[in-house]
Ligand binder design. Structure first.
Ligand code: SF4
Length: 402
């Protein structure tokens, strides 16, 4: 049955990890496993608290991200998925993705997840060389990674993403090529290949800052990216976003919501949302998040009002920011941004909003028009950040540089 309701995506954050990887700047924590018995009920309460605001939407995608959602027990996962189904109008063919680490992916757990309706797995493989996995502080080795993929197939997962990182410090292109060739041979439906970034605040950042490790060589990174693009095209994968490739009809529906700047509600510690014209984020620290949700929940019990304002920090972006968001997110997609859709949505043309910046980057060979769509050129895909900073509103650029 078709629906006329607008679509909505739900993101559910599980912030726990067995160990913190040195390069990771996600809102994830090791050693907090004792918090799970408080966290899961709080997440379920937040799912319930948001439900009244989402009644006029149909949920097309649900994404368990982390952290390590595959650490979640089947009992907790069942309680969470039941809460989503009981409180939201979830499309019968909704995409339910769960991010997983190979270490936990054993057959009974996988079969249980599939049984609960998880129909897409995103597995953080990162490399198929054991020395590189050690360098990244990953707990699995390549043998465990391959076993996990096989077990997932046996459990019935026919829609899988494998995450990889290239541009590792000191990684010759041949080693990345070996990893990707082995990945292609497995025929995952989707591949995410990200260049290693040295994020401030991570252990890796301090090692590089103190000179214990060199920075990734950006020329090698560019060569690896270009080779990846060519090789995956040859292998039948569509390059649909800067770092994402899929077999036909297997693009990640959930992430497309972000890139199309469509509404989503993020729940859980530190989760971000874009909903009802507002952008906001939950408190990062899991214990403070749990306290805030419980206080809100208790207030609703007492007053009958759902006031999720208590746990979010946020803003109502103005038109200039909204259209910059739509441009930057849309340009990450290989299809680019439609001039007609942009004008319909924002009441101003791309040329009027960004004429000089667009012309400048067309001149540099980084942007091009393809009929009605503005998109990055193949060279622009390598230098996308220099295009994006020209599109950001001035005050956000100042924030970025601070
Ligand atoms: S497992 Fe993933 S989320 Fe957890 S610390 Fe490592 S990279 Fe970060």
């Amino acid at each position: 049955m078709t629906t006329t309701k607008p679509g909505l995506a739900l993101y559910l954050h599980i912030p726990f990890c067995t160990a913190k990887c040195g390069y990771c700047d996600f809102n994830s924590y090791e050693g907090l496993g004792h918090m799970v018995p408080d966290y899961t009920p709080a997440l379920i309460r937040e799912i319930e608290l948001w439900a009244p605001a989402a009644q006029s939407f149909q949920v097309n995608t649900v994404f368990f991200g982390g952290g390590t959602p595959s650490l979640t027990s089947l009992e907790d996962l069942e309680a969470i998925t039941n809460a989503v189904r009981a409180n939201y109008d979830v499309a019968p063919d909704a995409e339910w993705t769960l991010e997983a680490n190979p270490s936990e992916l054993l057959q009974p757990h996988l079969e249980g997840m599939r049984h609960l309706g998880i129909n897409r797995l995103s597995i953080g493989i990162q490399s198929l060389h054991d020395d590189e996995l050690k360098l990244l502080d990953r707990l699995h080795d390549s043998t465990r990674a391959l076993e996990a993929i096989e077990s997932a197939r046996n459990a019935g997962f026919d829609n899988m993403n494998l995450d990889f990182i290239f541009g590792l410090i000191g990684q010759p292109i041949e080693r990345w090529q070996e990893t990707l060739e082995r990945a292609i041979a497995l025929r995952p439906e989707h591949l995410s290949c990200y260049a290693l970034t040295v994020e401030p605040g991570t252990a890796l950042y301090y090692q590089v800052a103190k000179g214990m490790l060199p920075e990734p060589d950006q020329d090698v990174v560019a060569d690896q990216y270009e080779w990846t693009r060519d090789r995956l095209a040859e292998a039948g994968y569509e390059h649909y976003e800067l770092s994402n490739w899929a077999l036909p009809d297997h693009a990640c529906k959930h992430n497309l919501v972000y890139w199309h700047a469509e509404p989503y509600i993020g729940m859980g510690a530190g989760a971000h949302s874009f909903f009802a014209g507002q952008r906001f984020a939950n408190i990062d620290a899991p214990n403070k998040y749990v306290d805030a949700v419980n206080a809100t929940y208790e207030e609703r019990q007492a007053t009958g009002r759902a006031t999720m304002q208590q746990i979010k920090s946020g803003e109502s972006p103005d038109d200039v920011t909204m259209r910059a968001d739509a441009m930057i997110l849309g340009l990450r997609l290989m299809e680019g941004v439609s001039a007609a859709e942009f004008r319909d949505r924002f009441g101003v043309s791309i040329k009027d909003a960004y004429g000089p910046a667009v012309q400048r980057h067309i001149g540099y060979g980084l942007l091009e028009w393809a009929d009605d769509r503005l998109r990055l050129t193949t060279r622009g895909q390598l230098l996308s950040n220099s295009v994006f900073v020209d599109i950001l509103p001035d005050y956000e650029l100042a924030d970025t540089e601070a």
